[in-house]
Ligand binder design. Structure first.
Ligand code: NAG
Ligand code: NAG
Length: 614
């Protein structure tokens, strides 16, 4: 433990089942990445609710030898860590906690590169734009599938491997489907021309463009795989000097053969494959034993599984964490049997059509109808319209002067902060924990000075941290995570400009914790694309009306005419949803109105009693 000051600490969950220590898949995935990267930048703690001291010993086959691993009881975790779901990393300051699988994995890559910038193989895991698994699970279906859908469904399957219903989970089918889609990669023209040339040389095996994803491809994908593997080796440019013949060069881009998926994100091995490997490995091992016929539906997944094993370092990394990779028999193609493909592709289509709500005309007829039914946006009067923080007496670093923020913007930001802080100070009691859910660079939180800031965007949170350090503030905790990964208790939740469904997520989180909230919503149009919530949130306003109104709010130019009414109705719906849980909620307008075009503010208090009558 002497190294505690030097190394960030990585906390991983373990649990006990029938007297045996087991690793959840999220833990296995993190260990696999540590093993693959051979990262020694972390001190690792296995966390369990038991006091048993033999945890590390009994799991030692799953722990790469070079890691320094200890065991800690759940009760003994630092408070900031206890408030987060595992896995998480607590940095050297003990104030910044990164939580959630994708965030932690990306951070491991970051630390590995900081320690050894020559690790191109590790850098390549982040993908072409370094964005692999960066978009959080609430907004990206793909992140959600890999970070949550697949690990959870595999774990469910493993709990009862003979249960037919969990033997072919939907997330696995979705992945199988995804692997059949043609790949777009940056600058793929050259490699597609090489493929065309190869196809011409092989003559008979040429497939007309566009037909390959209907049948199992003729395992003629060596070209893609070689390209992918070449990228990983240092001499990534091998063989590129030869120019194609003019016959090949003249072919139009649109007529070139598409590229097949080699790895999960397309052509190249990335962090996503690292996440999937321990999950798919356990899944395939289990179905091979309990339901071999299921494998017939997963030809592409099986091929992916054997290709991943060809990536240098994967075999070694797997072995070091006690994963014995299989060589499954790829079943012969069965083009006549559409089962797997069918069920999953129709599912995807459905989701797509659901999102495209057609509409004609303006919102006024809807507004009028709602009004006739007695539903109208109501705004409570602001209780303290002229309250302001003593800005001129506050240290300079508190002032919102984000980079090159103009004077006007800084002024408006101060006005917005006045509103939020006024409401929060009214709601909070001494000793309360306040959580800022969309902290950005920490404007609200730093003013309040006794808070936990939660923000998914690392750059913003690090800026908030250095601002707080500059001010010498001691009472701020920082969490980089989706707010789903924050599970700690708190009393007041704040969110300034919580974008789209973020408003609903923050409200839900507060309601769950019986905490008061002050939220200023933003980007109402985005609620249409919500994966997580269905609107309306309450039973009071028809689904149609809320979605319809939000369609207009997607268009910002609309904001100044009926926009305020529409936004007010969406927020009215939100406030009713919280009132269903015994809250009293007020929708207000920030003062002065000009401080933001999205100037609504939702202020909610939980009822005193559990059973609340209004
Ligand atoms: C690691 O993360 C820090 C903080 O976001 C960033 O400044 C740094 O450039 C990253 N390092 C690498 C190698 O990506
Ligand atoms: C496992 O699933 C089967 C159904 O396929 C069920 O009958 C059995 O009770 C389940 N066992 C457990 C332990 O849940």
């Amino acid at each position: 433990m002497k190294s505690q000051e030097k190394h960030p600490i990585l906390y991983l969950e373990v649990y006990q089942e029938n007297g045996e220590h087991r690793l959840p898949l999220h833990t296995s995935v993190v260990l696999f990445l540590l093993s693959y990267t051979e990262s020694k930048s972390f001190e690792v703690f296995l966390v369990s609710s038991s006091t048993q001291s033999d945890t590390c010993e009994s799991l030692k086959n799953h722990l790469p030898k070079f890691l320094e691993v200890s065991h800690v009881e759940l009760e003994c975790l630092p408070p900031l860590v206890r408030g987060c779901r595992l896995p998480c990393v607590l940095d050297e300051t003990g104030r910044l906690c990164r939580a959630g699988l994708a965030v932690v994995l990306r951070h491991i890559i970051n630390r590995t590169l900081e320690a050894d910038p020559s690790r191109n193989d590790v850098l390549a895991l982040l993908g072409f734009k370094k964005t692999c698994l960066k978009a959080c699970a609430e907004v990206s279906k793909w992140t959600r599938l890999c970070e949550l859908g697949i690990p959870l469904s595999v774990e469910e399957h493993l709990r009862n491997a003979t249960n037919v219903e969990t033997q072919l989970p939907l997330p696995i089918l979705t992945l199988e489907q995804r692997l059949s889609e043609p790949v777009k990669v940056h600058n793929d023209d050259k490699i597609r021309r090489q493929k065309l040339k190869q196809q011409k040389q092989n003559g008979a095996t040429t497939l007309p463009v566009g037909t390959m994803d209907n049948n199992l491809p003729q395992s003629n994908d060596r070209l893609e795989l070689d390209a992918a593997l070449a990228k990983l080796s240092m001499d990534a440019d091998s063989g590129s000097a030869t120019r194609e013949s003019s016959e090949i060069r003249k072919v139009k881009t649109t007529a070139l053969p598409p590229l097949e998926h080699v790895f999960a994100e397309g052509l190249y091995f990335t962090l996503t494959d690292v996440v999937l490997l321990p999950c798919i490995h356990q899944y395939l091992s289990s179905v091979q034993t309990h339901a071999e016929q299921v494998l017939d539906h997963l030809p592409r997944l099986l091929r992916w599984y054997s290709r991943v094993q060809e990536v240098p370092g994967v075999q070694r990394a797997a072995k070091a964490c006690g994963i014995t990779l299989l060589t499954p028999q790829t079943p012969p193609p069965r083009p006549s049997e559409p089962t797997a493909q069918h069920s999953s592709s129709s599912l995807l289509e459905c989701e797509e059509t659901c999102q495209q709500l057609p509409f004609v005309g303006g919102p006024r007829p809807t507004l009028t109808k709602l009004k006739e039914s007695g539903i109208e946006a109501v705004f409570f009067p602001h209780p303290c319209p002229s309250w302001t923080l003593p800005w001129e007496h506050l240290p300079e670093a508190i002032n919102p002067t984000e980079g090159k923020m103009s004077d006007v913007r800084a002024q408006r930001k101060r006005q917005q902060l006045n509103n939020l802080v006024a409401m929060v100070t009214d709601l909070a009691r001494p000793g309360n924990t306040i959580v800022d859910f969309c902290s950005g660079t920490g404007h609200v939180g730093i003013v309040l000075a006794h808070v936990i800031l939660i923000e998914n965007k690392e750059e913003s949170l690090i800026r908030a941290q250095s601002r707080a350090a500059e001010l010498g503030l001691q009472n701020i905790g920082f969490i980089q995570a989706n707010l789903d990964y924050f599970t700690g208790p708190f009393d007041v939740g704040v969110g300034l400009h919580a974008c789209g469904v973020a408003t609903d997520m923050v409200m839900e989180h507060c309601v769950h914790a019986r905490a008061a909230f002050v939220i200023s919503p933003c980007c109402y149009g985005f609620i249409q694309n919500a994966n997580k919530f269905s609107f309306p949130r309450s039973s009071g306003i028809a689904v149609f009306a809320v979605l319809f109104l939000s369609t207009f709010l997607a268009d910002t130019s609309f904001c100044h005419s009926s926009g305020k009414q529409c936004m007010g109705l969406v927020d009215l719906d939100r406030s009713w949803a919280a009132e269903d849980h015994g809250y009293s909620v007020r929708v207000m307008t920030m003062e002065p109105e000009s401080c933001s075009p999205k100037n609504n503010m939702l202020v909610g208090r939980p009822g005193q009693e559990r059973e609340q009558s209004s």
